[in-house]
Design a protein. Structure first.
Length: 210
């Protein structure tokens, strides 16, 4: 696993990294996976359970709103904050959600987004269960995610973080401070120079330095 500087100090929507950013990222991952599995167009209903701490304090941290935005295909880094109130109002007033940003489904928040504070999933208290159903109410997909803090999300049964970078993607991978220092010695680079080269694999140098 490789976590870059911009993963640790990420841009995201608030008020909470674990209760807002994490659920939004999980919901987007679920919608993206439906499209990848070529079943997005077959979905007529989505059901979400926010469990444990998310179910207990999620409303105050805007977890339901974050989930709806994620199902729309919005990402914490790129969503326009000023557009959020009108977007959420439209979903609630029309009871329609554009899943993945392009597939229209019925979405009744009171029925389809359920707060379950007394249900604690096995891995972490910030658990979320997403289900997608077809026209005959048959289960098309079910995935469980955990928001583990800092906006990081893991999916049950899948090794690693959601949207994590692969070590093979950077020229100087490391997992510990000792390995970082060894890489600096091996390449005759400072920590700053080495990290700049790693981060520049995903962004231009101007983006990294500004």
């Amino acid at each position: 696993m490789y976590i870059g500087v911009f993963d640790l100090f990420k841009v995201g929507i608030g008020p909470s990294s674990s209760h807002t950013t994490g659920p939004m990222r999980a919901a987007k991952s679920f919608a993206d996976q439906l499209e990848s599995d070529l079943i997005l167009e077959d979905v007529t209903r989505v059901e979400v359970d926010l469990c444990g701490s998310l179910g207990a304090t999620g409303r105050g941290h805007l977890s339901p709103e974050a989930v709806m935005l994620g199902l729309l295909g919005e990402a914490p880094e790129t969503v326009i904050p000023d557009s959020v109130p009108s977007t959420i109002h439209e979903i609630r007033s029309t009871q329609v959600l554009l899943l993945g940003g392009r597939h229209r489904i019925a979405f009744r928040e009171d029925d389809d987004l359920r707060m379950k504070p007394l249900t604690r999933l096995s891995f972490h208290t910030n658990g979320m269960v997403f289900r997608a159903f077809d026209e005959g109410d048959g289960l098309l997909s079910q995935r469980t995610y955990y928001s583990i803090g800092g906006g990081f999300v893991v999916e049950e049964g899948v090794e690693g973080l959601v949207d994590e970078a692969s070590p093979e993607m950077v020229p100087h991978p490391f997992a510990t401070a000792q390995e970082l220092l060894q890489a600096c010695d091996r390449t005759s680079r400072t920590i700053e120079e080495l990290m700049l080269q790693n981060e520049s694999m995903w962004r231009s140098r101007d983006e990294v330095t500004t």
